[in-house]
Design a protein around this ligand. Structure first.
Ligand code: HEM
Length: 406
């Protein structure tokens, strides 16, 4: 992608909403050069794509915006992974890859992790509660989800910071323009993370437990013999994908939920006075500024969508974030309103690929708002750091930084 196009992509990512509005109003579909795809922006059209996985394959779901340089690729060669994962698979293989994740994130497993999540949320808030100010992304939002998914997968808590850091660096490497040295350094951090994942996988093969890691290993490499190199690559790829899907998204939604509540102080006050409204506030925040704005699909044959004929091999960007602002489904779609009647948003997707971690994500948001409304009801956006800038990303939309005071 050339420099100018990348600059325009950066702008679109920081504020995609005007593009969505135009696309929803235009008959048929519009091609968006910055995304190198047809933009699917209406709620009904997004649902139609998600209902037809045989016609709209997920093979290109994780297409990077930037290809790593040869030097960075050489560093990545010393790591693991590079295999198709659940989110990029179709059909029977997709079902096979998804099953252990669904089991590992069952309601009972999620419920079992909640006391730990609540304890960590309280401890993270305790650490800054007396200060009168905080940058919430680094002090809280980038920490809680990694600690929680780390616990569910079965990591030693000491390994969690490097695993979380590696996930952020993988995103930077594939979706941001870094200079040559920056790319190599990011690739090194990714490889460090992959070696930690490989070590966990091999340890669990020798001493099985009952965590999500064990579900993945039992299902993808049945038996108890030593894992082949190929199996290790495959398992690291899955675990890495699961971790990134699990913590970066939740981090993003924590940041944007708190941002929008504090931009609407009366709604924040209402929430503090009536905490029973917290689950509805989480749904509204997930709808209003969707963390995972969209994923790609590629057509497997000639198909017609919204009256536009798409030849086989066409790339479409399925914009959950645009569907969630479609007035045909959500009245007053551009208003943030935690008292609105729930309108079945698409923030966690829909259909065969719908998010298997949505309950875990929702619970972490609930716990976060419970602790913040109880401990820091006087919370407000810090005037010294306005305006709040959004990160340029379609997959983990959130504030770059969130300076708060009370
Ligand atoms: C606020 C947090 C989250 C959001 C907004 C979110 C959103 C989504 C969306 C929209 C999809 C569908 C992708 C598609 O159709 O191609 C998805 C899939 C997925 N999510 Fe989440 N997610 C979140 C949290 C989590 C968590 C906590 C986990 C795991 C612990 C997780 C694991 C996954 C996985 C593995 C998939 C792929 C499923 C498949 O392809 O069958 N997500 N997520």
């Amino acid at each position: 992608m050339d420099h100018e196009l990348h600059g325009r992509l950066d702008e679109l990512q920081r504020d995609p909403y005007p593009h969505y509005t135009r696309a929803r109003r235009t008959e048929g579909l519009v091609q968006v050069p910055e995304l190198d795809a047809w933009l699917v922006a209406r709620d009904a059209d997004v649902r139609e794509v998600l209902r037809r996985p045989e016609d709209f394959s997920s093979a290109n779901a994780l297409t990077p915006d930037v290809l790593p340089s040869p030097a960075a690729l050489a560093v990545l060669g010393g790591g693991f992974g590079g295999r198709p994962v659940v989110v990029t698979s179709d059909g029977a293989r997709h079902q096979e890859l998804r099953a252990p994740i669904v089991r590992g994130l069952s309601p009972a497993r999620v419920a079992a992790a909640l006391p730990y999540a609540a304890e960590r949320a309280a401890a993270l808030v305790d650490a800054f509660a007396k200060d009168g100010h905080v940058e919430l992304m680094s002090a809280y939002a980038r920490r809680l989800p990694g600690e929680v998914i780390g616990r569910i997968v079965g990591f030693d808590p000491e390994d969690v910071p490097a695993v979380v850091h590696g996930g952020h660096r993988a995103e930077e490497l594939l979706f941001r323009r870094l200079d040559e040295d920056g790319q190599v350094a990011a690739a090194q951090d990714v490889v460090t993370m992959q070696h930690i994942l490989d070590a966990l996988i091999r340890e669990r093969r020798d001493r099985p437990g009952a965590d999500l890691a064990d579900e993945l290993i039992d299902s993808l490499a049945p038996g108890d013999g030593e894992l082949t190199l190929d199996q290790r690559h495959e398992l690291v790829a899955h675990l890495q994908n699961l971790l990134i899907a699990g913590h970066l998204t939740t981090t993003a939604l924590i940041g944007s939920t708190v941002l929008h509540l504090l931009r609407h102080p009366r709604q924040w006050e209402l929430l503090c006075a009536e905490p029973d409204r917290i689950p509805a506030a989480v749904e509204e925040a997930a709808r209003y500024d969707t963390a995972l704005q969209g994923f790609r699909r590629v057509t497997t044959r000639t198909v017609t969508l919204a009256g536009t004929e798409l030849p086989a091999g066409s790339s479409v960007f399925v914009a959950f974030g645009a569907a969630n602002r479609d007035g045909a489904r959500h009245p007053r779609p551009d208003e943030f309103d935690i008292t609105r009647a729930s309108g079945r948003h698409l923030a966690f997707g829909f259909g065969v690929h719908s998010c298997p971690g949505s309950q875990l994500a929702r619970e972490q948001l609930r716990i976060t708002l419970e602790v913040l409304t109880r401990r820091l009801p006087g919370l407000r956006l810090s005037g010294d750091h306005s305006p709040v800038i959004m990160r340029p990303t379609m997959i983990h939309r959130s504030p770059e930084a969130l300076h708060l005071a009370w």
